[in-house]
Design a binder for this molecule. Sequence first.
Ligand SMILES: Nc1ncnc2c1ncn2[C@@H]1O[C@H](COP(=O)(O)OP(=O)(O)OP(=O)(O)O)[C@@H](O)[C@H]1O
Ligand SMILES: [Mg+2]
Length: 502
Amino acid sequence: MILNPARWTLRSKLLASIVTLFILVLTLIGAATVLSMRTSLMKQVDQQLIDVERAVGGGPAGTTELGGPADKDSHPRAPGLGGSVLRLTLDASSTPHSLVVDQNYVSSATGTQLTLSQAQIRSLATADLGTTPKTMDFDGSLGRYRVVRVPKPDGDIAFIGLPLAPIDDNIRALAGNIALMGLLGLVTIGGASFLLVRRNLRPLQQVAATAERVSELPLGRGDVRTDERVPVALTDDHTEVGTVGLALNNLLDHVDSALDARHESEMQVRQFVADASHELRTPLASIRGYAELSRREKEPVPVGVTHALGRIESEAGRMTTLVEDLLLLARLDAGRELEREPVDLTRVVVETVSDLHAAGPEHVWHLDLPEDLEDFPEVIGDEARLRQVVINLLANARRHTPAGTTVTAGLARRDDDVLLTVTDDGPGIPPEFMPHLFERFTRGDAARTRTEGSTGLGLSIVDAVVAAHHGTVRVESRPGRTCFTVSLPLEDPRPSSQEDRS
Ligand SMILES: Nc1ncnc2c1ncn2[C@@H]1O[C@H](COP(=O)(O)OP(=O)(O)OP(=O)(O)O)[C@@H](O)[C@H]1O
Ligand SMILES: [Mg+2]
């Protein structure tokens, strides 16, 4: 990841760019400085050599005379370069095979005197030298020299050289200084850039933090608004960050109006369902009433008609339950106020189990109640709705399990909650159906139960009623054990309204 710049943070990229550019510019300036310095120093040395060469070769009077016949035994110094000089004079009688040396010395800046070795003399004599200074490398203790070859008026050949070591030392010192200054500059530029980049990117982090907070808001359902906005100071569209901040605020305004529109249409659908359910109740009651009336008719009625009337009655009954369920859900969705009264859940559970026992004697019914029923706390809520929760859960345990299944209704207190559990040892709920269990009109065993009058609203009602009481429902199911646990708070934390949930 570190090696892939595409995945670096903006801060790292900016820092890396600044530092790289700085190193690049510094290297270029450093190299140019060193080169021009070197050229200028070389020119100085060459100029000195040319002066000497003129003097020795009998040209126009130079400024320096280095060893002529008059000073054959003295070792004059060259000016400017610490006095170091190389001097070799070959006698006019020299041939390429036998070199006759008149003068041979190398004086150094420290005052020490050396002489050229035979090999060095030979290399000088055979080198392609002239009156233009050239660089000769003698290796070892001598190093590099700028050398000229000067034919003297008396036929002798003089070789005069000035050392390049001082120039090399100067250049090395200069390069060292540049490197040191560059390093200091790099640390300063790196540190300052780090702080500046961080400071300049901070507004971007604030914008991101706003977006992060919005992403955590529960915008899934109900009347919700996103009050989070990027601070006005960060919405100046003359800056890049300001443009992003402004765009985010515009986006949030847009989201808000979309949420409002969605809520509005949700409310309309709910109202429609509530109105339709309400309106259907009366004609349904009439249908049931007339069907019952017709069945009681004294006059002989054909068997087929009696059967049809029975079917009309039972289907009308089923439709009434469906309409009542829909109406209840619509009301809960709309946040309709529930009753808030102390409810004795133990009584509700005992009565419901007893009813279901009577209705389903083929199941085994158990109660698992606390020892001390007198002290068991009452829950604040709507008794009719809570009773419906208990009925729906117990009815499911009867309807969706085979005969002989044991169903246990339990009540217990845990901290500030009352736990209602309905457990059965039936075949369980298919795992793939579990995520949809509390959705409306969903049935796990559709084919089997549709004919038995199942609508798939029972658990949605349980969920909605429990949520309206600020409680929770959990379910665990595997073959041989299905357990629904409803947890209801003893102390109602908020006013009993479902508004916050819808
Ligand atoms: N105790 C249980 N054992 C096995 N399956 C269950 C149990 N409780 C619920 N289910 C499954 O969950 C589905 C949904 O239950 P829900 O109560 O919402 O609808 P329903 O019982 O089919 O219809 P109704 O609206 O009449 O209650 C059921 O159809 C059933 O498949
Ligand atoms: Mg049910």
